[in-house]
Design a protein around this ligand. Structure first.
Ligand code: ATP
Length: 244
């Protein structure tokens, strides 16, 4: 299966590529700020947003159609340097597992690409539930960014990770340092990055739309217009079938 266009303008595969998977239901301002922040700090050539088709961890409640989520990511990334979108998980039938995506991209790009798997701390704390998480950890580098409500010190209880220095984790949590690097199997590395707190979540946006509340710059204007035009997230699926 051919992959989405992911080459640089020169036609060369970028050497250091960040992969940011998510439901992007919808994409919002914090996705963009975290991607730019990580790209700049780790000197990545490109960050590829990969909207998931059939997510293993999220229930289908309120999930907009894959083509709408892909369209919103595409709109949001217009004119954003170094950020691109791939539809590979959406085009792949069945559940989207990160290990399959990383394996596919490695086959496509070979040794010329170094992959960095970007994930928020909230999602990474569930690592042990991911399919073939041990294999994934040794397949690419990991970049875990801070997220309000999750603490780096909780990483010490995540199975599969090598022993992490608790004092260093506390320093990161309390802003005495803004990044840590640990060794993973197969010469991969785990980067823990504290990023400026960004309090937007897709859940918050969907809730505000349902309530008819304003979106006040929580997401790019072109994405907001798309949502309004298509009438996304207006219905309260939580209440479906529970009429009083
Ligand atoms: P939802 O509210 O529906 O759970 P979300 O806002 O977490 O959605 P996702 O599409 O699930 O959005 O996020 C993709 C990735 O971006 C995940 O790894 C998530 O942890 C990370 N992420 C999303 N929002 C933030 C944020 N505000 N700060 C840090 N990381 C974030």
């Amino acid at each position: 299966m051919p992959l989405a266009r992911t080459t640089t303008p020169t036609g060369q595969s970028p050497r250091k590529i960040g992969l940011l998977g998510g439901t992007f239901n919808p994409i919002h301002r914090c996705h963009l700020t975290l991607a730019h922040d990580v790209r700049q700090r780790l000197n990545l050539d490109q960050i590829l947003f990969i909207p998931t088709g059939d997510p293993p961890h999220k229930h289908a409640v309120d999930l907009a159609p894959a083509e709408d989520r892909l369209a919103m990511v595409t709109l949001a990334l217009e004119g954003e340097p170094g950020l691109a979108v791939s539809d590979l998980e959406i085009r792949r039938p069945g559940i989207s597992y990160s290990i399959d995506t990383v394996t596919l991209l490695q086959q496509e790009w070979g040794a010329s690409a170094e992959l960095y798997f970007l994930v928020g701390l909230d999602a990474f704390l569930d690592l042990s539930t991911w399919r073939r998480a041990g294999d994934l950890l040794s397949s690419c580098h990991f970049v875990v960014v801070s997220r309000a409500g999750a603490s780096f010190t909780e990483l010490s209880r995540v199975e599969l990770l090598p022993p992490l220095d608790n004092v260093a984790l506390r320093d990161l949590e309390s802003s005495r340092t803004d990044s840590l690097v640990f060794e993973l199997p197969a010469a991969r590395r785990l980067f823990l990055l504290a990023i400026p707190p960004c309090l937007v979540s897709a859940t918050l946006i969907r809730e505000r739309i349902r309530l008819g509340a304003g979106l006040d710059g929580l997401l790019p204007a072109q994405v907001e217009s798309y949502i309004l035009r298509k009438g996304l997230y207006r219905e309260n699926h939580h209440l479906a079938g529970f009429k009083s």
